[in-house]
Design a protein around this ligand. Structure first.
Ligand code: NAD
Length: 492
């Protein structure tokens, strides 16, 4: 892999902007290596991007759906053609294994194609003839959208917003995370090049740029994916101008292992391990707490550790044998290690799982040895907080009711999973407070872009993916043509 240092640009009204101030993104496998420099945009530059989007909206909202679809189709093709190079950029700046980076781009393309193929049907005007005349129901675009994305899945969590926003006639300003600004900028540049200038703008920076994007009166909608604490700031910033909002936030997803789960089912065990350790555990919808029926707990732990040792191979993201790369940044390593140390101090047993393929590299980068944490209490921080790293606590439950109570005992409600005989699992699943519950699989393995995704409780507001993920960028406009024009109870 090249060690070339790349200059990332912002994109304001079709112009590449280097920005006055710059910051650097380092390689998590080798923190001494600079991967790219990216602009730290000022508030003024952010305002310019918003104003460019506002200006472009005047024409773009009138564009035909066929034109939008054609443009998106060309962008999708270009991304497909460039997937191998983009995936390498993503692995290098993020730390995720190359297969994982390619998978992320694959899911992004799947969603973009779904959105493109379904937008025409979704935007169809409905005309209802009824006993008091005629009513036309339209889906109008909303206006300028601020899209703010996190570092863990920078491309998919940006295109999940860009595709529906542009296809439904909105314009957008994207702000990716400073922890993974490179590959997503490449994708945004490709998409923007197929649309009129100002329709898709890109700015870089952190909270300061974020504050402008979420408080500027010209912004009509915020589409945010990130942490729950950040979302609280965003809701406050947006309150003065009552913006539309889609919030996809943190999760602390429970995996419930029922008494009729077959601990000797190696495929299921592997799926569960993947649901805990893919992308080094840095996924909103990863299974972050495992609850096991007490009657099978001991056998489960033994077989789970075997499966984890088998699947987890930690090392260089570009090594084909590697399944788990480094953690994305030092702060995240320290946070996750803090939770593990705290669990140990409270009396939990911490077991290292998987193989470290290259000890020298391991010492150099932001690597963590994956762990399982046995026997913590429900309210220990390792269970209660979203770890977002390569560790998972395993706890016991007595019966289904107890499992449901433990799973629901959280401020979060993003996804969850139930493992066991199908009908039994479906019955338990129906009682869990979550946006999605998967049966005998979990995390991205059970995700389908055709269906809505999002959280309940403090895991978010609204849905992405599916028809709902397109509709979220429209507002319903009713044109009423009543026959009876006067109301009988109002005196003439
Ligand atoms: P984060 O909240 O720290 O940052 C997310 C984005 O918000 C970044 O682009 C950041 O620069 C920006 N930001 C920071 N402060 C801001 C402010 N005051 N105003 C506006 N924007 C601001 O999250 P992160 O660490 O990048 O990502 C990890 C979190 O994201 C986890 O909690 C994870 O569960 C969550 N996440 C949720 C989903 C989902 O679909 N529900 C998906 C992926 C990640």
């Amino acid at each position: 892999m090249t060690s070339e240092v790349i200059q990332v640009h912002s994109l304001i009204n079709g112009e590449k902007v280097k920005g006055k101030d710059q910051d650097k993104r380092i390689n998590p496998t080798n923190p001494d290596e600079v991967v790219c420099y990216y602009p730290l945009n000022t508030r003024e530059e952010t305002v310019q991007a918003i104003e460019a989007a506002e200006e472009a909206y005047k024409e773009w909202k009138k564009s035909s759906i066929d034109e939008r679809v054609k443009r998106m189709e060309r962008a999708i093709q270009k991304i497909k053609d460039q997937t191998p190079e983009i995936a390498k950029l993503l692995s290098r700046e993020h730390g995720k294994a190359l297969y994982d980076a390619e998978g992320e781009i694959g899911v992004s393309l799947m969603w973009m194609e779904f959105a493109m193929k379904n937008v025409k049907e979704m935007l169809k005007e409905e005309v209802r003839e009824h006993d008091n005349g005629r009513t036309i129901i339209k889906k109008d675009p909303i206006g300028v959208v601020s899209a703010i994305s996190p570092w863990n899945y920078p491309i998919s969590l940006s295109t999940i917003k860009i595709a529906p926003a542009l296809l439904t006639g909105n314009t957008l300003v994207l702000k990716p995370s400073p922890f993974a600004p490179l590959a997503v900028s490449k994708v945004a540049e490709i998409i923007a090049s197929e649309f009129p200038k100002g329709v898709l703008n890109l700015v870089h920076g952190d909270a300061d740029v974020g504050k402008e994007l979420t408080s500027n009166p010209k912004v009509a909608k915020i589409a945010f994916t990130g942490g729950t604490e950040t979302a609280k700031h965003i809701m406050k910033a947006a309150a003065d101008t009552i913006k539309q909002m889609t919030l996809e936030l943190g999760g602390n997803d429970a995996a419930i292992i029922l008494n009729d789960f077959d601990v000797n089912d190696k495929d299921a065990m592997r799926r569960l391990v993947i649901a805990n350790f893919l992308t080094a555990g840095q996924i909103c919808m990863i299974a972050k707490r495992i609850y096991v029926h007490e009657s099978i707990y001991d056998q489960f732990v033994e077989k789970y550790i075997e499966a984890a040792n088998d699947w987890i191979r930690v090392g260089d993201p570009f090594d084909e044998n590697v399944t788990v790369g480094p953690v994305n940044n030092k702060g995240q390593v320290e946070f996750v290690q803090g939770l593990i140390d705290d669990a140990k101090e409270r009396g939990s047993e911490v077991i290292k799982v998987g193989t470290i393929l290259d000890e020298k590299l391991f010492e150099q980068g932001f690597f963590m040895h994956p762990t399982v944490v046995l026997g913590p209490d429900q309210h220990d921080p390792i269970v209660e907080k979203e770890q977002f790293g390569p560790t998972v606590p395993i706890l016991k439950f007595k019966d289904d009711e107890h499992a449901i109570k433990l799973a629901n005992d959280s401020i979060y409600g993003l996804t969850s999973s139930v493992w066991g005989k199908e009908e039994h699992a479906i019955d338990v699943a129906g009682q869990i407070e979550a946006g999605t519950t998967m049966i005998n699989t979990a995390a991205v393995q059970g995700l389908d872009v055709k269906f809505p995704f999002g959280g309940v409780k403090q895991s978010g507001i609204g849905r992405e993916y599916g028809a709902e993920g397109l509709e979220a960028y429209t507002s319903t406009h009713v044109i009423n043509v009543p026959e009876q024009l006067d109301l009988p109870y109002i005196p003439k």
